[in-house]
Design a protein around this ligand. Structure first.
Ligand SMILES: CC(C)(COP(=O)(O)OP(=O)(O)OC[C@H]1O[C@@H](n2cnc3c(N)ncnc32)[C@H](O)[C@@H]1OP(=O)(O)O)[C@@H](O)C(=O)NCCC(=O)NCCS
Length: 218
């Protein structure tokens, strides 16, 4: 029987102390877009993610951790606006990544990740950038259990919609989209000739969740 996690899963803003655990979850969860940037070696990916968390996040990026009985078991991040990294932080980011990946690969990693940030956001929208649950804690409906907390927090920040992209082979996200009542904005196959042979997926789907109803008093 499926365990019901809705009572004990909580969302809280991430702190620098959470970074090692978050980097480990990111490194085991994201192979596709980040493998291109950080490589296939898991330990090197963990280091890459620690550096990304430390230097690579624009000031308007909100990172939350998902906890279960106080233990960090997942994370979720949002771009809240269109801020870019200040130039000196970008230099530090490239320098620190360069020590792990080499300078060329570090430059490439930063370019690739900035191309995949969801593009320019209208003021009412935020962009779901990363969502990951530790593989040992998947299929417990943790994402469903914290969904209302997520929508409430973002609505309290003045947002009325969440945008996100996912790749057509991601069955878990497809199921969440259905369960959580997100809508499809577009299904794009334009990059299929490149993404299918390289990464094994043909489509990139843009989705949207209206969170107007979660605003205080709404
Ligand atoms: C996306 C993610 C956070 C969802 O985790 P979760 O909240 O634990 O969600 P679940 O694993 O319970 O999946 C929800 C549903 O998706 C479907 N699903 C999940 N994994 C699946 C798989 N491998 N094959 C087919 N269906 C799957 C199931 O219907 C599942 O519900 P069920 O367990 O009741 O059958 C998690 O899968 C993850 O971390 N993935 C790697 C990172 C990622 O892809 N992030 C999203 C990028 S946009």
């Amino acid at each position: 029987m499926k365990r019901d996690m809705s009572g004990s899963a909580l969302l809280r803003p991430a702190t620098p102390e959470d970074h090692p655990r978050m980097a480990r979850i990111l490194a085991t969860s994201f192979v596709g877009k980040f493998a291109l940037a950080f490589g296939r070696d898991e330990e090197r990916r963990v280091k890459g993610f620690e550096i990304m968390l430390r230097y690579g996040l624009p000031d308007d990026c909100l990172y939350y951790v998902i906890t279960l009985d106080g233990e960090v078991v997942g994370l979720i991040a949002f771009r809240m606006g269109n801020a870019s990294l200040p130039p000196e932080r970008k230099r530090e980011y490239r320098r620190a990544l360069g020590e792990v990946l080499g300078p060329l690969r570090a430059w490439w990693a930063i370019q690739v990740l900035s191309l995949m940030d969801g593009g320019k956001l209208p003021p009412q929208a935020c962009y779901l950038d990363n969502l990951a649950i530790d593989p040992a804690f998947r299929r417990l409906n943790l994402t469903g259990a914290i969904a209302d907390q997520v929508y409430g927090s973002l609505a309290a920040e003045g947002k009325t919609e969440i945008l996100a992209d996912f790749v057509s082979t991601n069955r878990a996200v497809e199921a969440l989209v259905r369960r959580e009542g997100w809508e499809y904005v577009r299904k794009s196959y334009i990059l299929a000739p490149i993404t299918l042979p390289l990464f094994g997926f043909a489509g990139i789907f843009r989705i949207r969740k209206d969170i107007t109803a979660y605003a205080a008093g709404g």
